[in-house]
Ligand binder design. Structure first.
Ligand SMILES: Cc1ncc(COP(=O)(O)O)c(C=O)c1O
Length: 396
């Protein structure tokens, strides 16, 4: 059998923090390694596998489209693309009626920033402390963590950071020179941080007063993950520009910016295009994924299953003093501990559970929404066992 680890270490980027696991197959909320061992996947590729791994509807759509037409530049019309655009606008917040297609989350953020600058003719962008928007230059300029930013300066000029959840801090920074405020409706990378209930209503008003656009980054929170199709619905706010990616293509790279028609129309011909954007293969996968999300009401499923998962986490937190806090909404949840969780993540894998980081002390849970109740219970049982073991190590 091929030694994937050795080959990837030899030829691949050393930039990914690797786990000692070679995954070769997936179905629903399960993945299998090269030895045939099954894992319950609570990471789901950092929230990608919303409709489950290799969802049969997505697989079928990809196979059919691959046999018909794989590539079709955006300068031609295409059936799969037009169907996807219609579906995406159909599930997007009212008032967001036009789409720029992309190939990833970071690319969606790049496009959103360009759109805001083009539409307003202004340069300043207010982002949030703790915010994460990706690692390409524009997206990185809106990202807070110094670890990601500093080695690559100078970044794109014009970005400032307000305190997330603190309206006066945003108010102070937004001026008549501000093109946009960009924020995650719930911060993912920095530990599943939920802002005060009325924060985004206030930010919306601040933007309106200043003539700035509100960009909500729904790349991690969107498509049902938090118990609503879009997390902005929890806050009763419609942005001017919304970014989405991760689960949009059912696992195939696909991103989008959905925005007010007048904002998108401010782009002149040729100002923002990309060779692969809107390719039929990704769009066909996207149609299948969106149909699956809508037909199976995954937002409602995430709300219900997420409640049970959160209750399970609260029981664990109540039973163990090394647990600090449980946070989250729907199936975007975190358990913060008082210890570094690297060993716990490694042990979880030995026990057949894949978990994600959200900072050194916080376990992030982003299971596929299609995970069964049994799989969620199984994951919680492993987590409780490992938290108990960490506690024994710490306090004896
Ligand atoms: C909120 C948010 N924005 C942007 C990104 C960047 O997406 P990508 O990794 O597809 O570039 C991520 C990725 O985790 C994210 O969570």
């Amino acid at each position: 059998m091929r030694d994937c680890r050795e080959t990837e270490e030899k030829y691949g980027s050393s930039s990914f923090q690797k786990f000692e696991l070679t995954l070769v197959r997936g179905s629903g909320a399960s993945v299998w390694d090269d030895q045939g061992k099954e894992y319950v996947d609570f990471m789901a590729g950092y929230g990608v596998a919303i409709v489950g791994h290799s969802n049969p509807k997505v697989v079928e759509a990809i196979a059919k489209q691959a046999a018909a037409l794989i590539t079709c530049h955006g300068s031609f019309y295409n059936d799969a693309r037009s169907e996807f655009l219609e579906r995406l606008v159909g599930v997007s917040p009212k008032g967001l009626e036009k789409v720029l297609l992309t190939n990833s989350g970071a690319e969606s953020v790049e496009a959103a920033i360009k759109l805001a600058r083009r539409h307003t003719g202004r340069a300043k962008v207010v982002s949030m402390k703790g915010g994460f928007h990706g690692k390409t230059y524009g997206a990185l300029s809106a990202t807070w963590n110094k670890k990601y930013r500093e080695p690559f300066s100078p970044l794109v000029p014009g970005f400032e950071f307000a305190d997330y959840g603190d309206l006066p801090s945003v108010e102070k920074m937004v001026t008549s020179e501000t093109a946009a405020v960009i924020a995650e409706p719930i911060q993912g990378e920095s530990g599943i941080v939920i802002p005060p209930r009325d924060f985004f209503k206030g930010v919306r008003e601040v933007c309106d007063r200043a003539g700035a656009l509100l960009i909500l980054d729904e790349i991690q929170t969107g498509l049902g993950r938090t118990g609503r199709m879009w997390a902005s619905e929890h806050w009763g706010v419609v942005p001017d520009i919304m970014t989405t990616a991760k689960g949009l293509g059912g696992g195939v790279p696909l991103g989008a910016v959905v925005a007010r028609a007048d904002a998108v129309s401010s782009l002149l011909k040729g100002e923002h295009t990309s060779t692969f954007a809107g390719n039929p293969l990704a769009c066909a996968a996207g149609v299948a994924a969106l149909d699956f999300i809508v037909e199976n009401d995954l937002p409602a499923q995430a709300a219900e299953k997420g409640k049970a998962l959160e209750e399970g986490l609260r029981v664990i937190a109540g039973n163990h003093r090394i647990a600090r806090e449980v946070r989250g909404l729907g199936m975007m949840l975190a358990l913060e501990l008082r210890v570094d969780i690297r060993r716990l993540l490694d042990s979880a894998m030995s026990e057949g559970l894949i978990l994600a980081y959200s900072g050194r002390n916080t376990v992030r849970l982003l299971p596929p929404i299609v995970a069964t109740d049994d799989q969620l219970r199984q994951g919680l049982a492993v987590l409780e066992k490992l938290v108990a073991e960490e506690e024994i190590r710490l306090v004896g």
